[in-house]
Ligand binder design. Structure first.
Ligand code: FO1
Length: 317
């Protein structure tokens, strides 16, 4: 295993799975997981950061594998009491998960940055990889729909991804500064790979790519950029990516995801089920990389992570 920094861009569930695989390769704090904050929102006076929490809980082995978000062995007495008191209960906050939101909200109110509070919490949980927000500035994903704009969690949770999507807007993105360690790692001559995890391209990865200076820094980076398709045989493993693609007039295919990322990519990982799209990916000037991309077990997560880094080694200039 060559040593050197590896950057992974991650959203929630799918990204967190590959992030966990990468974190088991002995990279230590050479692994930098840059996480989307566009899903973040203030709710009941709490600063909620779903993608940071999905990655943190996954790496700490605390995540609920069925739901894909929040903690395992969770209790819902807070939610029950909230309901009794007539509180806003469309967004489920588990009793143990609540500690994360209360601690983070208190730290941010004290003036700590999201980077700082995330570093304290991940260290406390024994996570050796670096987990950072994509920026410490406020960015909020708004989902444009046929009936007007929706805050992300209203679209995703309250309205169960049912509204028809017409586009996205990342409020605050123009003034947002990419997180410092992220930009430093992008210009590190020892950088081994930039991995775009199989998260939702539109609402998990695009916010990171839309940060001023990030695309240019990725293009100039010495390391290959490899994305893992979140679409397998026309379906998203989890979440609304395929539905969004259909509503945006795109085919819900792995190839369409490769086209969406375009010239940014050196390699694109397809599942065996999409082998037939490999030539079309190659025609884009992107190296098609075919393997099993569906991650059910920890073994799957580690194997896919190894595959991606081996491909990066091969694609390195
Ligand atoms: N997703 C849901 O579908 N329903 C929920 O009630 C819900 C609560 C929740 C609480 C904390 C948290 O960190 C995530 C939560 N999520 C919930 C998932 C969240 O909406 C998504 O993980 C991301 O925003 C998209 O990846």
């Amino acid at each position: 295993m060559k040593q050197g920094p590896v950057i992974a861009l991650s959203g929630g569930v799918g990204g967190a799975k590959l992030a966990l695989g990468l974190s088991r390769l002995g990279l230590g704090d050479d692994l930098l997981i840059v996480t989307n904050v566009g899903d973040d929102f203030e709710h009941l006076g709490l600063n909620i950061c779903p993608d940071l929490d999905s990655v943190t809980y996954a790496l700490a082995g605390l995540n609920d594998q069925e739901k894909g978000w929040g903690r395992a062995d969770e209790g819902w007495r807070f939610m029950a009491a909230l309901g009794e008191l007539g509180g806003d209960n469309w967004f489920n906050l588990g009793d143990r998960d609540l500690a994360m939101h209360v601690l983070r909200t208190e730290a941010l109110a004290r003036g700590e940055s999201l980077t700082q509070v995330t570093r304290s919490i991940t260290r406390q949980l024994g996570i050796t990889a670096q987990v950072v927000p994509m920026t410490d500035d406020p960015v909020r994903t708004m989902v444009q729909t046929a009936d007007g704009p929706l805050a992300f969690q209203h679209y995703f949770v309250r309205d169960r991804c049912e509204p028809v999507v017409t586009g996205f807007e990342f409020e605050g993105i123009a003034a947002a500064r990419p997180q410092a360690d992220f930009m430093t790692a992008l210009s590190d001559p020892e950088l081994l790979a930039i991995v775009i995890t199989p998260s939702n391209p539109f609402v998990s990865v695009d916010p990171i790519l839309a940060l001023p200076g990030v695309r240019a820094a990725m293009a100039a980076a010495p390391a290959p950029v490899i994305a893992v398709s979140p679409i397998v045989a026309g379906l998203a493993i989890k979440g609304p990516a395929a539905k969004m693609m259909a509503e945006l007039g795109m085919p819900s295919t792995a190839l369409a995801v490769a086209q969406h990322y375009g010239g940014l990519l050196d390699g694109f990982v397809l599942d065996h089920g999409d082998q037939d799209q490999a030539d079309a990916v190659a025609a884009l000037g992107i190296r098609p990389l075919v393997t099993k991309t569906v991650m059910q077990s920890l073994e799957d997560r580690i194997k896919l992570a190894e595959f991606v880094l081996a491909a990066a080694d091969e694609l390195a200039p």
